[in-house]
Write a protein that binds this ligand. Structure first.
Ligand SMILES: Cc1cc2nc3c(=O)[nH]c(=O)nc-3n(C[C@H](O)[C@H](O)[C@H](O)COP(=O)(O)OP(=O)(O)OC[C@H]3O[C@@H](n4cnc5c(N)ncnc54)[C@H](O)[C@@H]3O)c2cc1C
Length: 283
């Protein structure tokens, strides 16, 4: 596909997170389209670094962003019974969002059809022949981009109506123990030995990075997030009483809320405007 007239990109991707960067990366790699990703400048409005885990058969060209992987997956029942499975040919992998951003930003920079613009998108609308994206660059300058197609991953101000509106909400500690407590071959995907909330369910999650280092999370599927103090108490109980980690240090923490809903998200909001990622209902 050749660049759009006037030097504009064929595609503008609004938001350079998991969905936007994945789409932009695939488009420039295949040469299917010229792409501009518009991502907010660094600052308090941007999401903090997060840890993305997923399973897949092949790490492919994302190898340099993969921080860890586990050949075995385990689930613990509420009474301690454990089931370990080998998901081969798939493998569970961890990517840190900053490593993924670095990788995709570098590939966009060296691809003739790719570019990254640091600006805050204010509006997206259909115009004849495509769509228009208005944004504000650092310093307050306003910019208008045009493209044949726009893929928008900005978070929605509110979720569409739904029958089920649960949240997957969690907090995790990156811990370092005094002695080797973890088996780096096994990821504990769900550990139901934690006390259960009155509504919904809860589980622990352990991703070992070394015999003495792991990401340990407390997760709930329920209607509302907890306070940080409540997550900390749940993590304290899980690490000390359930995992018996002994002495350890918390080196850093992460926290998140992911909507788990059967809402129907409009995927197309104009002739040339599409929603992707969480905003398009992909979670
Ligand atoms: C701590 C944490 C851990 C997680 N772990 C996992 C996991 O293990 N596995 C998994 O599958 N999912 C995980 N998730 C969920 C995952 O992060 C989301 O599902 C995923 O990031 C959604 O991708 P997205 O592109 O829709 O949104 P995001 O990745 O949030 O990207 C949206 C982007 O849009 C940008 N943006 C927003 N507004 C504007 C604007 N006006 N102008 C320009 N840019 C804008 C934001 O800065 C952001 O970069 C986790 C989430 C958190 C918070």
């Amino acid at each position: 596909m050749s660049p759009a007239p006037g030097g504009a990109s064929d595609v503008v991707v609004v938001g350079g997170g998991a969905a936007g960067l994945s789409l932009a990366y695939r488009l420039v790699e295949t040469g299917a389209a010229t792409v501009t990703v518009v991502e907010q400048p660094d600052g308090p409005g941007r999401p903090a670094e997060r840890t993305w885990c997923y399973w897949d058969e092949d790490v492919g060209d994302l190898a340099e962003a993969v921080e860890a992987s586990w050949p075995l997956l385990r689930v613990h029942g509420p009474h301690g019974d454990a089931l370990t499975v080998d998901p081969a040919p798939s493998r569970y992998r961890m990517v840190r969002s900053t490593a993924f951003e670095r990788l995709v930003h570098a590939r966009l920079a060296r691809s003739p059809g790719g570019s990254l613009l640091r600006a805050t998108v204010d509006t997206v609308r259909d115009v004849p022949g495509g769509a228009e994206v208005r944004c504000t660059a650092p310093g307050g300058r306003t910019l208008t981009l045009r493209a044949r197609r726009v893929f928008d991953s900005r978070p929605l101000p509110a979720l569409p109506p739904a029958r089920t509106r649960l949240l997957q909400h969690f907090r995790g500690w990156f811990v370092r123990t005094d002695t080797g407590r973890f088996d780096p071959a096994i990821a504990d995907l769900m550990d139901f030995r934690v006390p259960q909330p009155r509504h919904g369910l809860a589980f622990g999650y352990v991703l070992p990075l070394a015999p003495d280092r792991a990401l340990v999370e407390y997760t709930e599927f329920s209607r509302a997030p907890l306070t940080t103090a409540a997550y900390e108490a749940a993590l304290g109980h899980y690490t000390r009483e359930v995992l018996g980690l002994g002495a350890f240090r918390v080196e850093s923490a992460e926290q998140g809320v992911i909507p788990m809903t059967d809402a129907r998200f409009p995927r197309r909001t104009g002739n040339a405007v599409f929603r992707i990622g969480t905003a398009g209902g992909a979670t």
